[in-house]
Design a binder for this molecule. Structure first.
Ligand SMILES: Cc1cc2nc3c(=O)[nH]c(=O)nc-3n(C[C@H](O)[C@H](O)[C@H](O)COP(=O)(O)OP(=O)(O)OC[C@H]3O[C@@H](n4cnc5c(N)ncnc54)[C@H](O)[C@@H]3O)c2cc1C
Ligand SMILES: *[C@@H]1O[C@H](CO)[C@@H](O)[C@H](O)[C@H]1NC(C)=O
Ligand SMILES: *[C@@H]1O[C@H](CO)[C@@H](O)[C@H](O)[C@H]1NC(C)=O
Ligand SMILES: *[C@@H]1O[C@H](CO)[C@@H](O)[C@H](O)[C@H]1NC(C)=O
Ligand SMILES: *[C@@H]1O[C@H](CO)[C@@H](O)[C@H](O)[C@H]1NC(C)=O
Ligand SMILES: *[C@@H]1O[C@H](CO)[C@@H](O)[C@H](O)[C@H]1NC(C)=O
Ligand SMILES: *[C@@H]1O[C@H](CO)[C@@H](O)[C@H](O)[C@H]1NC(C)=O
Ligand SMILES: *[C@@H]1O[C@H](CO)[C@@H](O)[C@H](O)[C@H]1NC(C)=O
Ligand SMILES: *[C@@H]1O[C@H](CO)[C@@H](O)[C@H](O)[C@H]1NC(C)=O
Length: 635
């Protein structure tokens, strides 16, 4: 064993296991300051901060808290470290969910409004969390989304667009498209919305579907559709956006590569393969956590570790409420049914669950490209066919560029509801606004949950009438098929709760309560009508778009509602809201400093604090809120 091989963190990581096994070598203790502790015995008794979950937010916060050397941090991550190509390769979209051992895959409860279908609930389960498995699309929501978060706290809340914009800039290193790519694809961008200091990269692949330019320009035929200057401008419209990729290597850039790799700090330790069961308290102060090996079926083999300053839960929207509830922080009646002693009655834990509904069942065909990207209006067999895939694979293997570096694509529209439904938006907003807020929430919802929903209802009714909030996202795939049509502000609310008979070792019960609020159906019916309007614009006529489902004869409200119910998936993998940041009297779980109500020294920093979904996919927002939390709360 050459001592020089200890000089780089990468090699150090590779050697940790053997070092521990042959501890008789009595190496200097500094060598044990590895980033990954290979056994629970190596965990110290106490750290300043314990971060539960080494995911998107967790590793961002861990990096920031350890930067100046003042605080010690232990990250406890359920999954493992994996740097194999199944993580790093961009792989043409969807590649990230190719390796099931990187995923938690739960089953939702049957959804009565979706013919009792269940949905696979999928989130990341490895160091890096969901940022290591996601579709790499980077965009942020609209100004109004972030203003909506802070508004219940009053006009001075800095959870606002203005308050979060500096952290969007801090969170990512933006590399503009190279001039040839920008010119070839008409990519507009405005660097003033970006920063260049983070190690998490936002960049553009050199390839993109040639048809994107045409598909984007076609929105010029839609009254009210705008083309904002940048995906980061906080404005709805049609735009290009970057991929979470390192432009130098064309590999996935995620929270682990940006906030963990190549960082060798004595005060930053990680233990993987470990599941946190619960937080423990001294009085009302969180004083540490209990964890077990991730394959444990009981707590016999548990380890206890203390936090001097704070326990930070970053286990994601699905598991953060489980940990809080199992620790005695949650709805009192639920905890009592599980025989868990109540540390704090916080009714909002596990409520207010939201995700972006996906796919509504309208599909198109016709715009066909051959291997040379020549358009053949009459050929339906060409798009993305086996020949094209083979070509793409070969090009990617040759220089890691080309079609497979586009991940899930780089252009989309994010349109306001008045643009989608110019004649009906007012009526739908009015009907939604007049609902009794309790009508479609779970029966017996706590009064603070109902009050919180009433506040959301008022602000979302406003958003339905606004030209500044996006509701409809058509992801542009460079071809005709609808693929990803995403509903950005659903109004139904679900729940995630522990199983009372086994809160610790059985996965929580995930209920999307999809389409429980009929306004969601009304809105998506208009989405189908709009999609038809889009494909009928004059500039696309040359490609002869043909609707393949449900068929142009399906037009009535009730028939279109059936199409929605039969096709919708309640998830685009963007779960949020189960530990919402909101005033306590409005069902909130954390305050503006992300501290959990009713206890001390316990905070939540992950997607679960998001009170209402942004009009964008969620990863860029999670990075920004984690940066903001690190600065505001801790430093
Ligand atoms: C398949 C997929 C595709 C997506 N595509 C996109 C996209 O293209 N664009 C976009 O913007 N967003 C996308 N998202 C969403 C985005 O990635 C997430 O919103 C974001 O990463 C969530 O970050 P988080 O920190 O809240 O949770 P995560 O990053 O999921 O981190 C939670 C971590 O906690 C760990 N953990 C859980 N329970 C425990 C426990 N008991 N003890 C210890 N550790 C625990 C988990 O293993 C995980 O590492 C996608 C998500 C998925 C899953
Ligand atoms: C899938 O992930 C596991 C666990 O990280 C890893 O051991 C394995 O090599 C991966 N499989 C592939 C095909 O990359
Ligand atoms: C869904 O399940 C419930 C409860 O089992 C049942 O009453 C209902 O008829 C089912 N609905 C459909 C569409 O199958
Ligand atoms: C980084 O950003 C700063 C401020 O926006 C700018 O002045 C500088 O030129 C940028 N540096 C690089 C290398 O892009
Ligand atoms: C991950 O793999 C890449 C490519 O092989 C390598 O350059 C990098 O150093 C690895 N990172 C770690 C932390 O091992
Ligand atoms: C694409 O271009 C190549 C090279 O010019 C040619 O050999 C091939 O036949 C073309 N393919 C089609 C479908 O036109
Ligand atoms: C793909 O397109 C080629 C022509 O470019 C065609 O010959 C072939 O049959 C198509 N493959 C499939 C699977 O449709
Ligand atoms: C690499 O990819 C680019 C972009 O698609 C392509 O123009 C170039 O020819 C490729 N180079 C090699 C050596 O394959
Ligand atoms: C639409 O037409 C299809 C095919 O002819 C038919 O099966 C379907 O029942 C029709 N739907 C309606 C609502 O008319």
């Amino acid at each position: 064993m050459a001592r020089s091989s200890y000089s780089t963190p990468k090699v150090l990581f590779g050697l940790v296991v053997s070092v521990v096994v042959s501890s008789a070598l009595a190496l200097p203790s500094s060598l044990y300051n590895s980033k990954i502790l290979s056994r629970a015995e190596q965990v110290k008794d106490e750290y300043d901060y314990i971060i539960v979950g080494g995911g998107t937010a967790g590793l961002t916060v861990a990096d920031r808290l350890t930067e100046d050397g003042k605080y010690s941090v232990l990250v406890i991550e359920y999954g493992s470290f994996d740097n194999s190509t199944s993580v790093t390769t961009i792989g043409g979209g969807g590649g990230g969910i190719g390796n099931a051992s990187h995923l938690f895959i739960l089953n939702s409860v049957p959804q009565p409004n979706l013919m009792n279908k269940t949905t696979a609930v999928i989130v990341g389960k490895l160091l890096g969390g969901s940022s290591a498995v996601n579709g790499l699309q980077f965009h942020r929501g609209q100004e109004e989304d972030y203003d909506r978060w802070g508004s219940p706290f009053g006009p001075d809340s800095d959870w606002s667009w203005k308050g979060i914009l500096p952290y969007f800039k801090k969170a990512l290193q933006f590399t503009p498209p190279n001039p040839d790519t920008a010119a070839a694809l008409n990519i507009d961008y405005d660097e003033t919305y970006w920063g260049n200091t983070s190690n998490v990269h936002a960049s553009f692949p050199t390839f993109n579907w040639p048809m994107l330019k045409t598909e984007m320009a076609a929105f010029g035929d839609i009254p009210g559709a705008k083309f904002p200057p940048d995906s980061g401008a906080g404005k709805p419209g049609v735009f290009w956006y970057p991929t979470s990729a390192d432009p130098a290597t064309m590999t996935r850039s995620h929270s682990r590569t940006g906030h963990w790799d190549n960082i060798d700090r004595d005060n930053y330790e990680t233990i993987t393969g470990s599941k946190v069961l619960k937080v423990f308290f001294e009085g009302e102060s969180a004083s540490g956590v209990v964890f077990v090996p991730n394959n444990a079926k009981s707590d016999v083999d548990s380890t206890t570790v203390k936090a001097r300053k704070e326990v930070i839960i970053s286990a994601g929207t699905i598991h953060t409420p489980q940990i809080l509830q199992a620790s005695g922080v949650g709805p009192k009646s639920l905890l009592e049914s599980a025989s868990i002693s109540v540390v704090a009655d916080v009714p909002g834990v596990g409520q207010n669950f939201q995700d972006h509904p996906f796919r509504i069942g309208v599909t198109y065909t016709s715009i066909a490209l051959d291997d040379n990207f020549t358009v053949h209006p009459d050929r339906t067999d060409l798009q993305l066919n086996a020949t094209f895939k083979a070509l793409a694979d070969a090009e990617f293997a040759a220089n890691r560029s080309g079609p497979l570096t586009i991940a899930s694509g780089n252009a989309a529209c994010f349109l306001p509801f008045p643009v989608i439904a110019p004649e009906r938006f007012g009526a739908i907003a009015a009907s939604y606004e007049s609902q009794d807020p309790a009508s479609y929430l779970p029966v017996d919802s706590h009064p603070t949950i109902v009050a919180g929903y009433a506040a959301q209802q008022a602000s979302l009714a406003k958003a339905l009438r606004s030209y500044k909030s996006a509701y409809y996202n058509l992801f542009l795939g460079g071809g005709p098929s609808e693929g990803a049509l995403v509903f950005l502000h659903p109004v139904s609310r679900g729940t995630i709760n522990i199983v009372p008979s086994d809160p610790f070792f059985t996965e929580p019960v995930v209920d999307y309560r999809a389409l429980t609020n009929p306004t969601d159906i009304d809105i998506m019916v208009e989405f189908i009508r709009f999609t038809r309007r889009y494909f009928a614009v004059p500039s696309l006529a040359q490609f002869q778009p043909r609707e393949t489902a449900p068929g142009l004869n399906v037009t009535s409200d009730s028939d279109l509602a059936e199409v929605v119910k039969n096709n919708i998936s309640p998830s685009t993998f963007h779960p949020v809201g189960t530990a919402a940041m909101a005033p306590r009297e409005l069902g909130g779980v954390v305050d503006e400093d992300l501290l959990v109500y009713g206890v001390k020294k316990l905070s939540v920093v992950d997607a679960s604090i998001i009170p209402t979904l942004p009009g964008a996919y969620t990863q860029e927002t999670v990075y920004a809120l984690a940066e903001k939390a690190s600065f505001k709360t801790f430093l």
